[in-house]
Design a binder for this molecule. Structure first.
Ligand code: ZN
Length: 200
């Protein structure tokens, strides 16, 4: 296992479109382990391959909420979310149907320290390959559906800060380009980790 470096905006590599995976190999499976390790170490709930500089359509996700002792507490998840085993590895994921609308205060490991309300479809159908290279289809809602849409955006070179109003989006982007990111305060991050905001 190895922890990978996460690219941050405005790195131009985050803007490239990732290509579909032809074949699920052992090397790819090992890479998804490294992605999971990187995501957990960064206290994120989702990570897409282009965020760690690999332009393959691969995503890892774990949105399971934890209680104060760090144990998984699935009671706040929707029934559709509970039906899906996590961590979830998605290869070549596609949204094949969507309905409803929801909002969430999204953050992103590639745009650290920023959280903004983003609008997404509430309920989606997803088609993907699993780690055995088999095609799987499922429907989901809740935070998991939001996270999947955020990650597929990464595969298309898109960031959550592109989905804000033009004024807000431009303000955030120019602020980051001018001043960079605030120094990470580990203690503060720890305290905030149980909040409803999540770094995807
Ligand atoms: Zn992200």
């Amino acid at each position: 296992m190895a922890k990978l470096d996460i690219l941050t905006f405005p790195d131009p590599r985050l803007r490239k479109k990732s290509t579909p995976v032809d074949q699920v190999t052992d090397e790819l499976r090992q890479f998804t382990n490294d992605m999971l390790e990187t995501m957990y170490a960064s206290r994120g709930i989702g990570l897409a391959a282009p965020q760690v500089n690999r332009l393959d359509r691969v995503v890892v996700i774990d949105t399971r909420p934890k209680d104060e002792e760090g144990r998984y507490d699935l009671s706040t998840m929707t029934e559709l979310e509970k039906a899906i085993e996590q961590p979830l590895i998605l290869i070549n994921p596609e949204v094949t149907a969507k309905d409803g609308m929801t909002t969430y205060d999204e953050g992103c490991l590639s745009v650290p320290s920023y959280f903004e309300t983003v609008q997404r479809a509430e309920h989606i159908s997803v088609k993907m390959l699993n780690l055995d290279g088999e095609e799987v289809e499922f429907e989901v809602d809740g935070l998991l559906a939001i996270c999947i849409q955020h990650e597929i955006d990464h595969l298309d070179g898109k960031l959550f800060i592109d989905r804000l109003s033009t004024i807000k989006s431009n303000r955030i982007k120019s602020k980051i380009k001018k001043f960079g990111y605030p120094e990470a305060d580990e203690d503060e991050e720890e305290e905030n980790s149980s909040s409803s905001e999540a770094r995807i």
